[in-house]
Every structure is written in C-alpha cells, then in structure tokens.
Design a protein around this ligand. Structure first.
Ligand SMILES: [Zn+2]
Length: 255
C-alpha cells in the first residue's frame, strides 16, 4: 500500500510532516520542531507515532523530540551530529544507509552545507524525499556550516533523483524565494507561472509544497547554476557552476 503523508505548520514557518504506512500502521514524524502540533496532527489522523526521522541538529527541527519520545516511546533516527545536539537518538545514520518505517524504506542521502550533519530521506518506491533545509521550493538553505561547493554538490545529488519525486522541505519560504528568483531569471516562463501559483496558494492559505524535482529544475535558480543563460545573466559566462551557485547564494543572503 502506498505511503500517506500529512503536512502541517509548526512554529512560525516550519513544516511538520507525518509519513504513514497503512499496511503496518507505522508513522514517522520528519523532524519535530515542537511537540504540540505533531500531537495534534497525530490525533487528527488517528495515527500512532513509531519513529522520528531527524534531518539535522537545528533546534527548530529537534525541540519536540524529547517530549514526543517520552510519550510515544518512538524510535529516534538521526545523522551523526558531531556536537551531539540532537536529543534521545536511538539510531545514527549516514550516506547509503536504509531506514524503515513499517514496510516503507528510505535511503539516507548526506546533503551537507546548511549544516555539516544534514541528511535527506529518500523513499524511492513511494517517490517521496524529505529534504528539510537543503532544498526549498524555488530556494535552498542558507550555507551556515559548510561551504558553497559542498552545498552545490548536495543539491546536485538531490537533482539526480527521479523527476516525479515529491519533495517535502523544512520551511514555508516559497513566496520570498520566488521574489528573489525573479531577480535572477526574470524571463523564465516556468518561474513566472510558479509565481502566479504561489500567490494563489498563499492567498488561499494552502501550503506551497510538496513540490517535485521536475518543477524545481525548471525554476529554482539554485538548481540552475550550471545553465549557461543563468551564468550569463550574472556576467559569469564560462564560470564553474559552484562559483555561480556561490554568487546566487550570496545575493540571496543580502536580498
Ligand atoms: Zn536548519
């Protein structure tokens, strides 16, 4: 049976998401920004929390873990965060490891840059990837602990996933990301269409995700740093993609 997901907002602009396996009843929370909205989402769906899949150590992704684990006795799966800031971890995972949620299986992809420990969880069979603060719709995470080359490599790793992969990211930043992206590619028709769609989604208080690899490839400037017209628009003809990416990221940081 195919996986089910349930998306909801936490804190100010974090997404919480539950992944449910109907054949076993197992349910994972992807990160735990705070406990109460996760509890409310579980109650709304009538699902029982069995696992928490943690993407990285930032507090706005981990603050709810201890409380949820104490109540649900769920398993906590997390990357190897060097500073050990992620609480109550049961299983540490890294590149290529597999993680199961009931009968659902994910492959762990290390996607460092935003933090050094950041991982994404790719449920290949269900065509779902949880990419948290590495890749946003029409944007990407701030490069806080790594460097631009590392982040570009992580984005390339995600870009290679199948086009129809549904992407769940960590924050609702899409409207601001669209405004910035239009300064990089003002004539990109796919981006302009996405801008219209996002305006409607926000006006209707709908989330702007999940998105797909196919869609992001067409309008996310951070996945398009190796496209000649993007480099040319920045006056960087012939520059290597990682440095074009670094320039776009630098502009976004000041936007
Ligand atoms: Zn973060």
């Amino acid at each position: 049976m195919p996986a089910e997901t349930h998306l909801f907002l936490c804190l100010k602009d974090n997404f919480g998401v539950l992944l449910h396996d109907p054949s076993t009843g197992a349910t994972a929370a992807i990160d735990a920004p705070e406990a109460a909205p996760v509890e409310a989402a579980l109650a709304a769906k009538g699902w029982r929390l069995t696992d928490i899949l943690v993407t990285h150590h930032h507090a706005d992704h981990t603050a709810g873990i201890a409380e949820l684990k104490a109540k649900h006795k769920c398993r906590v799966i997390a990357p190897h965060d060097k500073a050990a800031k992620i609480p109550a971890v049961d299983v540490r995972v890294g590149e290529g490891d597999t993680v199961t949620v009931g009968s659902l299986t994910a492959r762990v992809l290390e996607t460092p840059g935003h933090t050094l420990d950041h991982v994404s969880y790719w449920f290949e069979q269900d065509k779902i990837a949880f990419v948290a603060d590495t890749l946003f719709s029409v944007g990407c995470g701030r490069v806080i602990e790594g460097n631009a080359g590392m982040m570009w490599d992580s984005l390339l790793k995600l870009r290679k996933l199948p086009d129809d992969t549904q992407l769940y990211c960590g924050h609702e930043y899409t409207a601001a990301n669209v405004r910035f992206a239009l300064t990089i590619e003002p004539d990109n028709a796919a981006l302009r269409a996405r801008a219209d769609q996002v305006s409607k989604q926000i006006a209707q208080k709908q989330p702007t995700i999940p998105t797909t690899i196919r869609a992001e490839k067409s309008y996310n400037p951070f996945l398009r740093a190796d496209i000649a017209s993007v480099a040319a628009g920045l006056g960087m003809d012939g520059a290597n993609a990682a440095s074009v990416f670094a320039t776009i990221r630098g502009k976004k940081d000041k936007f």
